[in-house]
Design a protein around this ligand. Structure first.
Ligand code: SER
Length: 318
């Protein structure tokens, strides 16, 4: 990777990935794009930034040529909860956006990273230690788009030799950016609420296990897989990756150990609960470990120390 274009750069992953890639690859080599401006000042002022709707394939092609891009990182997408409220918009953005990225990658011979998700699994999937290759059949529109995307990326690699790569991200937890309408968002909001209000009402049941990951590990995964030796990659797209699996009562207990007055209660959101219940409890990520040395650094304890420490400083400043 030398010249990288990021779509959806103002989102939860994009904001932090852009910062990191600008540091590591040079400000002049990273083109951050987003559907609208005015969302994020540092993103727009500290380097190259272009307004681009990923559904506009012509503009994606023009920008890729203009900046001599060699890698597209496609992060423009709607997540699971917003997707259930507007399935046609989700399909339009997630699928037509990915299709445009694949077409441009094919035409200009670029590398393409696009994330899949734990949402690509469904109720018939084995729930514990979910294998890399297994039954998928998701029930959310977001999950349907993710499986379709996995297959489309495999197809472009097999048919046209496009260098497509991707991981199945679990819920991502970050302090420097907020998630945008997913089922796993509670695991970010709980930390903010713990620092600000000392209490949180969770929309998922206490014993709902889901895979999760702290953002520094997620950014490592993107960089590591994009830089991985292609001759080692048997899967290429849709690698299972995880760093931890916990349920709301466990993250609550981790916070209570550090903030004994923290109060956690529950008010179950049936739509979110149904989505979470259709996803795995914990993934088997051994293929990613074998094929490109995936090895996350943060567990629940380390992440909780870091999140609370950073958010306390952040909210004290305000
Ligand atoms: N974090 C996403 C969601 O909850 C899963 O990919 O929708």
């Amino acid at each position: 990777m030398k010249k990288i274009l990021i779509t959806g750069a103002a989102g939860q992953i994009g904001t932090l990935l852009t910062e990191r890639l600008r540091r590591e690859y040079g400000v002049e080599n990273i083109v951050a794009t987003n559907i609208e401006a005015g969302k994020n000042e540092p993103l727009e002022k500290d380097g190259l930034f272009e307004v681009m709707d990923v559904r506009d394939g012509k503009r994606l092609l023009e920008l890729s040529k203009q900046y001599k891009i060699d890698t597209i990182i496609n992060l423009a997408a709607l997540l699971s909860v917003v997707g259930e409220k507007n399935p046609s918009l989700l399909w339009d953005v997630n699928m037509n956006g990915l299709y445009n990225c694949l077409e441009v990658a094919h035409e200009l011979n670029l590398k393409l990273f696009t994330p899949s998700s734990i949402a690509a699994f469904g109720p018939q999937t084995p729930k514990d230690k979910t294998p890399q290759d297994t039954i998928q059949r998701p029930t959310s529109i977001y999950g349907v788009s993710k499986v379709s995307g996995e297959l489309l990326c495999d197809y472009y690699f097999r048919k046209f030799g496009v260098d497509t790569r991707g991981v199945r991200f679990p819920g991502l937890i970050s302090y420097g950016s907020m998630p945008g309408g997913g089922t796993t968002d509670y695991a970010v909001h709980i930390y903010h609420a713990a620092v600000k209000q000392g209490a949180f009402t969770c929309g998922l049941k206490a014993d709902t296990y889901l895979d999760m990951m702290y953002m520094p590990d997620a950014l490592d995964a993107i960089v590591q897989l994009c830089e991985a030796d292609p001759s080692r990659l048997i899967h290429r797209n849709a690698f299972n990756i995880t760093a931890m699996s916990f349920c709301p009562s466990e993250i609550g207990a981790a916070i209570q150990q550090r903030k004994p007055d923290f109060k956690l209660d529950y008010d179950i959101d049936p739509m979110k609960q149904a989505i979470a219940d259709s996803w795995p409890n914990s993934l088997d990520d051994s293929c990613a470990r074998e094929e490109w040395d995936w090895n996350p650094k943060y567990d629940l304890e380390q992440m909780t120390d870091d999140m609370l420490g950073r958010l306390e400083i952040e909210y004290e400043k305000k």
